[in-house]
Design a protein around this ligand. Sequence first.
Ligand SMILES: C=CC1=C(C)c2cc3[nH]c(cc4nc(cc5[nH]c(cc1n2)c(C)c5CCC(=O)O)C(CCC(=O)O)=C4C)c(C)c3C=C
Ligand SMILES: [Fe+2]
Ligand SMILES: [Fe+2]
Length: 322
Amino acid sequence: MSTSPDSAPALVLVNLGTPAAPTAPAVRRYLAQFLHDHRVVQLTRWLWCPLLHFVILPLRSPKVAHKYAQIWMEGGSPLAVHTAALAEAVAARLPDRQVVHAMRYGEPSVASVFDGLRAAGVHRVRVLPLYPQYSTTTTASVADAVAVAAAGLQVELLHDYHTDAGWAAAIADSIRAHWAAHGRGERLLLSFHGIPRRLVDGGDPYADQCEASARAIAAALDVRRDELLLTFQSRFGRERWLEPYTLPTLEALAREGVRRVDVVCPGFAVDCLETLEEISVENDAAFRAAGGESLRYIPCLNAGGAHADALAALARGDAGWA
Ligand SMILES: C=CC1=C(C)c2cc3[nH]c(cc4nc(cc5[nH]c(cc1n2)c(C)c5CCC(=O)O)C(CCC(=O)O)=C4C)c(C)c3C=C
Ligand SMILES: [Fe+2]
Ligand SMILES: [Fe+2]
């Protein structure tokens, strides 16, 4: 299918990426690409490469592969399965344009997806990184990969959608649906992926955008902002990351006598290792070990209709594209 320069732009949804199999070699290949990205780890290469190749990859890959094995789905890694399904759901809402997905690390790579679009005669592309909150570690890294892959194409990228009304309403509806099915926990915790504090001090707007998302979700839920707790998970390495950290917060709540906590992860477009294993398995066990009764995890929006509607509306609109 060849497109004219003024037909609707193709849409590429870009997610982080995930291993091809729940095995140590596949996880090692994935982590090697991910953790070589200067946007993710800024350490000087002569220091970082030996540490990565001789310590982190050999030690971490088998452990992380074991975690992936616990959550692996029939069609593959949850992140891959849900991202593909989400792209299909968005495509069904945008019949006038081509909608595909790509992964920043692993397959389908940004380069291969752009080659496919060029071969199909596409001239204009909109790239929607599946990160509601902008960070140099994620969104800017997608922009780097797109800049390399997009020669000859007219490209626009969505900076973020952290207070988009359709997205915030979809998260609020998912929380309400969870409350209707399971009753309301004593606390609602919003857990976002963390980043090093140093990056925020250097100007990364991620922390401010997480806070603004929390306010938007509270407004859409019609609760006060102080009825929600905002925490940061998935710390990697030894330096200080954004605080408060999710796990110690959950343990402190349990010790204070809070029995039931609802946890939602609004920084993740689809469920993945960090939500299905870290929150739902590891943190749940730690919460109960500290005296809590149940950590009730509220799934990501995944390929749900409200999510696809919100992303399709963003793709059609003009706000935030540059
Ligand atoms: C949602 C936004 C994300 C930000 C911001 C982010 C920053 C970030 N992550 C790492 C290190 C790791 N992250 C890992 C997994 C992972 N991270 C995100 C999202 C964000 N990361 C997702 C969706 C996932 C899950 C992928 C999946 O396959 O399901 C991992 C791999 C797992 C592990 O080894 O623990 C690492 C490592 C850093 C260093 C960073 C910012 C500096
Ligand atoms: Fe290296
Ligand atoms: Fe991460």
